[in-house]
Write a protein that binds this ligand. Sequence first.
Ligand code: FE
Length: 342
Amino acid sequence: MLSKYIYIIILPALFITGCTNQPVTEEVNLYTARKEHLIRPLLDIFETDTGIKVNIVSAKTKVLIKKIIDEGKTSPADLLITVDAGNLYKAKIRGISQEIKSDKINKLIPENLRDKEGHWYGLSIRSRVIMYNPKNVDSKEIMNYEDLANPALKNRVCIRSSSNIYNQSLLASLIHHNGEKSALAWAKGVVNNFSRDPKGNDRGQMAAVVLGKCDVTLANTYYLGKWISSKKDTEREYAKKIKVLFPNQDNRGSHINISGALVTKNSKNKANAVKLIEFLASDKAQEIYSKQNHEYPIRPNIKVSDVVKLWGYPFKMDSLNLTILGDLNDKAGKIFDIAKWK
Ligand code: FE
């Protein structure tokens, strides 16, 4: 009889404490190599729409990948966002990602912008284009990436180092389209045309063009967007003195790359991580994201920023599957070494 009373008292008590110990807030932990101010406005909308809280850890790609590996099974990371298919490919090779099966995501994200095995997904597009000084270059001189190796450009080309993933991915695309021999001849030709040893980042090359230290360079499109919309007078002035040329418009299209996301192998909130990718690929998020970053949306039906339109949109994009950039990254590195592209 006594035991019956104990059950009656204890069971409801257990039920109540059990409930209060449950985590009330749904969350997802995002490790991101993108600056927080660029994605925070989007994440705020996601939080309001879904009630899922997004916790952010920001650092450089290499740091985040190492952190996820070091943390192993105890890693709180659910999602990694970074730039360049080459980086996402490397993260997958290092075993920190997992395959996602979502028809919704596959419908939203074009096939060429995602990993062939479903490990990573493109969320924005950037193009690596030719930028030049219109005072010194006739735009008809240069039509294709291949033309950067033309002897007419001797001592006129400045490009950043071959250790840069953007250049590695571009060379990977040239290997894919033209073959290894031709890619090596191209790299040697470009090195021959260097106006100086590679140094600095994309904006450093663009500044060198503006300041007459070289005539032609390669840079990602959004950097010009940053200059045009900059608070700094000098950057807005610089932007007026450089022109964009979309290469290979009469053939395969200009080289593109992505920023993208993967779900980590040891994610504890996988369903929420998948929801976040679905949201970031949605029309609503795409429009905000591309405007914020001066990048291109992943689907042509989404509007681009007015700034981005200034130097030409739409343009023909190379449609190769970006997984190939990762597949050919090692070969690209070797070719850069043989060509003595520092
Ligand atoms: Fe960049």
